[in-house]
Design a protein around this ligand. Structure first.
Ligand code: MN
Length: 456
């Protein structure tokens, strides 16, 4: 099967240039000017932008949180991803405490296999530490899972600091990379207990019990541990200016630190938690919580400066009925927001169309950098000969509106309801197969992606 994408503008982290792209089988055969290819289906891409398939390296499909399971599983989540131009997701395999990493991986592969419509990999959550897990770190890397997730909050997930240090050191020794959720657990627990004791149980207490200073404190502590362990780390879902300052301080010391943020921290603010309707406020409960304007603007500035490496969604979706469980007790609201479907259009609209970032920045944030950071470059994240033929054909002139009614995400709301969008994902190819046509998702089969070393 051959497809020739003719007359578009090809976007990479280095720039934008007019070029044709020839897809042959599962790979990109060639990229060049005025190409002809006998026997290929020619697709007119005049006026369109061609991006390497977007990578969302932070999703949670089919995950149990607060005694309920995310609304999106690998089937619905991956179809929503494709609709938004995301051809690869990296989800989180999360073994229970006491369970081996192999067993956790097996369970997550079963959740995804035969269901996931886009390509997928896993980060491995390390929420326990012993000799066996230390050995398994190396085995996971051999299986194509070179990235690990550590938590500094959530008692069920976090490691004590000594074990965290050992985990960081072992991951480095084995050639892997750790991404870390940074929030100070002990103080959040105290602030939460105080809020409950005072009868402040509405969602408005959620951001107040998880202030930015407690994210920054944990970022700083992580980066000092990483300094002693001599290892690069990824700060995932960074939400605050103060957290960013800690990253800057570590970089000034010469440390290698990678930073991810999410669309919701760039586009939404914490005023939503004060909505008089508790269910309305519960929609936005996630951790870290949404922040104030100053934080939001600091994150945009950091995107512009290249201080933030990737934008991922932390997609973790719950229906309003699920969110409702905590409307009279904010600690029982399942935390997480849907977003995997809308990341590209939102970043184009609020970033590129509004002149905050350039097309090449968008490509770096959504495609190139996650591919390099998470060990699948240049097979993913690049429109170059030999790469997987994952292509987004993006029409920059189409206008639209984000609505829950129009989404494929398996939820009855979106935090971006009514957001006007510029640009639309028109076609998507997944390893050469047409996965989205005219905005509609076609049947495709995603494949497990073995990943290797970080090259960012
Ligand atoms: Mn997450």
């Amino acid at each position: 099967m051959k497809t020739l994408l003719k007359g578009g503008r090809v976007v990479s982290g280095a720039g934008v240039r007019p070029a044709d792209v020839l897809l042959e089988g599962e790979r990109i055969a060639a990229v060049g000017a005025e190409m002809t290819a006998p026997g290929a289906e020619a697709v007119d891409c005049t006026g369109k932008l061609l991006f390497p398939g977007f990578i969302d390296a932070h999703t949670h499909f089919d995950l149990e949180v607060c005694g309920t399971i995310t609304a999106d599983d690998f089937r619905t989540g991956s179809r929503a991803a494709l609709a938004g131009g995301t051809t690869t997701v990296v989800d989180f395999a999360a073994p229970d405490k006491g369970e081996s990493l192999h067993s956790g991986l097996r369970r997550w592969r079963e959740k995804a296999e035969g269901r996931c419509a886009c390509d997928y990999g896993f980060h491995m959550t390390v929420d326990d530490w012993n000799e066996g897990i230390s050995r398994e770190i190396g085995e996971m890397i051999d299986l194509g899972i070179p990235t690990f997730k550590l938590y500094m909050t959530y008692p069920a997930m976090m490691l004590p600091e000594g074990e965290m240090y050992r985990a960081l050191a072992r991951i480095k020794e084995a050639g892997g990379l750790a991404g870390v959720h940074c929030e100070n657990s002990a103080l959040i627990d105290v602030l939460t207990a105080d809020a409950k004791a005072a009868g402040r149980l509405s969602p408005a207490s959620h951001p107040r019990t998880r202030p930015a200073a407690l994210e920054a404190e944990a970022v700083g502590r992580l980066l000092r541990m990483a300094q002693v362990a001599g290892t690069p780390v990824v700060v995932v879902h960074l939400s605050s200016r103060e957290g960013l300052e800690e990253v800057r301080a570590a970089r000034r010391r010469g440390q290698r630190v990678y930073v991810e943020t999410c669309p919701h921290y760039l586009l939404l603010e914490d005023g939503v938690y004060d909505a008089p309707d508790c269910l309305e406020a519960a929609k936005y409960v996630c951790a870290p919580p949404l922040r104030g304007r100053e934080d939001r603007l600091a994150l945009w500035e950091a995107l512009q400066n290249g201080e933030i490496d990737t934008v991922a969604t932390d997609h973790c979706s719950f229906t309003l009925a699920q969110k409702r469980a905590g409307r009279y007790d904010f600690t029982r609201i399942p935390g997480g927001l849907p977003g995997v479907e809308h990341r590209g259009a939102l970043l184009y609209t609020c970033g590129v169309a509004e002149g905050r970032i350039r097309l090449e920045d968008m490509c770096r944030l959504l495609s190139e950098n996650p591919a390099k950071l998470y060990g699948c470059w240049p097979r993913k994240g690049a429109l170059t000969a030999g790469a997987d033929a994952d292509v987004v054909v993006f029409d920059p002139d189409r206008r639209g509106t984000v609505t829950a009614a129009g989404q494929l995400q398996n939820v009855d709301y979106t935090p971006y309801e009514g957001f006007p969008t510029r640009g639309r994902v028109e076609r998507v190819y997944l390893r050469g197969t047409l996965a989205v046509r005219d905005g509609a998702v076609l049947p495709t089969e995603g494949r497990f992606l073995r990943r290797g070393k970080c090259v960012l």
